[in-house]
Design a protein around this ligand. Structure first.
Ligand SMILES: NC(=O)c1ccc[n+]([C@@H]2O[C@H](COP(=O)([O-])OP(=O)(O)OC[C@H]3O[C@@H](n4cnc5c(N)ncnc54)[C@H](O)[C@@H]3O)[C@@H](O)[C@H]2O)c1
Length: 312
């Protein structure tokens, strides 16, 4: 199958690209290597076509997509920082709404069959009942959560208006090799790189806030299954287990044998307190379930960063 992966130079997009290539698909990556994101040219396999283009450049995106003729567009490119979305909601909307519309228009213009969309637990905000499933009301509290939810609504509109199929994957807290440790999002990547350098770590609030930490290989596999299964519906993509930030610290201390100094900072008001998913719909609708337990995923992540640090 021919697949366009937007954001394919980033953490999740490049892992999806590798999984697609391994499964024998042809891939075209569209990514602008945004210096504030996790995109790196060396993340992109030389077996994929790579176009360094901003998704907001609608003419170039349409031109590339028309020439590649994908059956599926896997839309991962985004402004991914909750903090930045709070500071600059207009930029967040520009990339996550206007940019996404340019990708959807290109999908229609090139007669693609389906768009698979990277949505987020952030679309739920603070919920009344846990675990979160697909029927939980979506009440985002950050601009990032709002624009991801608007993206979902546009997919429904494009399906009605143009017959473009969609599959929405609402990821939990994704971690694993290639996550940007310099950003604000990935607590695992930040912690692992600081544990390995024996630097202190900062925990926002008391560290008891929980997330559903999901290994990137499991997320890539969900995207592959969504090429065909799960038409015009949404799935939460998580393990069904909640882990606190303190729990991540303890697991990494166990794996690395280090216990770096902890500094506490104020909790961010745009972050939900507790969050984890009930992924049962993904098992029936996509034939997917998380396969990598947290301890294994963390071990693989530590090995990846240890090797990367050794190369420097
Ligand atoms: N990491 C997580 O835990 C998580 C959780 C939920 C949802 N998501 C979503 O998954 C997707 C991938 O996130 P990630 O963690 O791999 O982040 P990432 O920053 O590593 O990847 C995003 C990619 O998008 C590219 N990009 C950004 N703006 C662009 C633009 N205007 N034009 C073209 N490319 C652009 C970046 O260069 C980068 O390569 C995003 O849509 C994100 O919102 C991530």
């Amino acid at each position: 199958m021919r697949v366009v992966v937007t954001g394919g130079a980033g953490f999740i997009g490049s892992n999806i690209t590798d999984a697609l290539l391994d499964a024998g698909h042809d891939v075209c990556v569209i990514d602008n290597l945004d210096p504030r994101g996790g995109g790196r040219p060396d993340h992109v396999s030389t077996s994929a076509r790579f176009e360094q283009v901003d998704i907001r450049d609608r003419h170039r995106v349409e031109e590339i997509t028309r020439s590649f003729q994908p059956e599926v567009v896997c839309h991962q490119a985004a402004q991914t920082s909750v903090v930045r979305s709070v500071r600059d909601p207009a930029y967040d909307a520009d990339v996550n709404v206007v940019g996404m519309l340019s990708v959807l228009n290109a999908a229609v213009a090139s007669a693609a069959r389906r768009v698979v969309f990277a949505s987020s637990a952030a679309t739920y905000g603070t919920v009344e009942r846990l675990p979160i499933d697909e029927a939980t009301p979506q009440r985002p509290i950050s601009p990032y959560g709002m624009t991801k939810l608007i993206g979902e609504r546009y997919l429904q509109f494009f399906a009605r208006e143009h017959g473009l199929e969609f599959t929405i994957l609402r990821y939990g807290n994704v971690y694993g090799p290639r996550q940007n440790p310099d950003g604000e999002g990935g607590v695992v990547a930040i912690f692992v790189s600081r544990f390995l350098r024996k630097d202190g770590v900062t925990i926002n609030g008391d560290g008891e806030q929980t997330r559903d930490f999901i290994y990137v290989g499991d997320v890539a596999r969900a995207n592959l299954l969504a090429l065909d299964a799960g038409c015009n519906t949404a799935f939460v993509v998580g393990t069904g287990v909640q882990t606190s930030v303190t729990g991540i610290y303890a697991a990494l201390a166990d794996i690395t044998g280090c216990e770096p100094r902890v500094t506490h900072a104020p909790r961010r008001s745009s972050d939900a307190l507790r969050s984890y998913f009930d992924p049962v719909k993904a098992s029936t609708g996509l034939g997917w379930r998380a396969e990598v337990p947290l301890a294994d995923g963390l071990r693989r992540t530590v090995s990846y960063y240890a090797e990367a640090l050794g190369r420097r």
